[in-house]
Design a protein around this ligand. Structure first.
Ligand SMILES: C[S@@+](CC[C@H](N)C(=O)[O-])C[C@H]1O[C@@H](n2cnc3c(N)ncnc32)[C@H](O)[C@@H]1O
Length: 391
């Protein structure tokens, strides 16, 4: 494994991790050779994150939480799941019975949600989890057995999307982890970044070529004004949202992630896109370093997500910041249940709430978007601060 000089200050991987990374690099290099010398950046990202047994999310390394590479909201605090449970309580009260969580990570959200649903008297008949990674699936099972053993009988894992579902579909930080295309526009021409490998099979670099009609049309629809502009188009996220929207017979889709509406995502000043890599709590922008040992993500274009859900027949039910959503669901009331005089219990909870809500942390960058299908009651999570008009 070759660590580029600009990242040499980051913690070195263990020999075992390096061996895994080399194996994955060799696999990607073979795929590149078999494809005639290059693959799309999205294909590279797919392999780096999800190649069975070797990709970042498929191999055995610890990804989420303090000992991993990044922390997600459910890892940070049970308050997050407890608020979502309050949104679910409304849907359950309207007769919805099932939950489908996409990409459940360590299982923290599922465990805390099910416990809170139990406490609120709105346990779903089935809690389905669709997870691509066999390793994460095993972790989810262990987490649930440890933290919510009385609920595990409700949980069913799925390999593929169900044909149909009535209920709530939930995905926290999943869309940002779907493979995106990288493009650049110059003098009105759209070029796409492709990935080649160097003479050493474990070095990769980018090359540019003309792109597909689908990507060109997607870029044209953005009416980008800046020249020499690099950005991402995430067709995988759009296809996933449309499929989820189509399969929902009645209910609500809820996506939580970091990102912006198209106008902000494709702002003329954002000339280098949003691609980011996370390795041991360090963020950088080199997707070819630490292959398989680091997360690769792009921000979410929520306008594209909305268009994709509408394509699948759902209607927009709300779009707001994570802070507004959690406040609407009662996070401050939950916090107030612990007396401030009980400093040991209150101080960590208050610190967690601050991270979830603060505009300088997750409160504003993270958004919540919801869609309804044959379900048009106003959702409690969007009572105040709805920003649908910005999409
Ligand atoms: C950044 S992690 C977030 C995990 C968890 N939701 C959380 O908030 O902690 C991304 C998760 O999405 C999963 N994932 C990505 N694309 C997926 C897809 N198309 N279907 C199911 N899971 C997917 C990954 O395997 C991983 O579990």
């Amino acid at each position: 494994m070759i660590i580029p000089p600009h990242l040499a200050h980051l913690p070195a991987p263990s020999p075992e991790a390096q061996a895994l990374s080399d194996e994955l690099s060799a696999l990607i290099a073979r795929e590149i050779d078999e494809a005639g010398g290059w693959i799309s950046f999205a294909q590279y990202m797919e392999l780096a994150l999800y190649a069975p047994g070797l990709g970042y999310y498929s191999a055995g390394s610890r990804k989420l939480g303090e000992g991993g590479d990044f922390v997600t909201a459910p890892e940070l605090s049970p308050l997050f799941a407890r608020c979502i449970a309050r949104q679910w309580a409304q849907l359950h009260g309207e007769g919805l019975c099932n939950v489908l969580e996409i990409g459940a990570g360590s299982g923290a959200l599922a465990a805390d949600l099910l416990l809170e649903m139990h406490a609120l008297g709105c346990v779903p008949e089935a809690y389905f989890i669709l997870e691509l990674s066999a390793d994460l699936r095993e972790r989810q099972r262990k987490r649930l057995l440890q933290h919510a053993p009385e609920m595990i009988a409700r949980v069913q894992w799925m390999d593929t999307l169900p044909a149909q579902l009535e209920g709530m579909v939930l995905a926290n930080e999943v869309l940002d982890a779907t493979p995106a295309r990288m493009v650049t526009t110059r003098s009105g021409d759209t070029r796409e970044f492709f990935v080649r490998h160097g003479a050493a099979a474990n070095t990769f670099y980018r090359d540019e070529a003309g792109t597909s009609e689908e990507v060109r049309r997607a870029v044209e629809s953005l009416h980008l004004s800046a020249d020499d502009y690099q950005t991402e188009i995430n067709l995988t996220a759009r296809a996933l949202v449309t499929s989820l929207s189509r399969l929902l017979t009645r209910g609500v889709l809820l996506f939580i992630d970091y990102g912006f509406p198209a106008r902000e995502f494709y702002h003329p000043q954002r000339t280098r896109g949003t691609l980011m890599c996370h390795y041991r709590h360090h963020a950088h922008d080199d997707p070819f370093a630490f292959v398989g040992l680091q997360d690769i993500t792009t921000h979410v274009d929520f306008s594209a997500v909305a268009a994709a859900a509408l394509d699948g027949g759902a209607t927009l039910a709300g779009y707001t910041s994570q802070a507004n959503f959690l406040i609407n669901c009662g996070i401050t009331l939950l916090l107030a249940q612990t007396p401030a005089s009980d400093v040991r219990a209150y101080a960590p909870l208050a610190a967690q709430a601050q991270k979830l809500l603060s505009p300088a942390e997750m409160g504003e960058l993270f958004k919540v978007i919801a869609f309804g299908k044959h379900f048009d009651l106003p959702l409690v999570g969007f009572t105040r601060g709805d920003k649908s008009h910005t999409l």
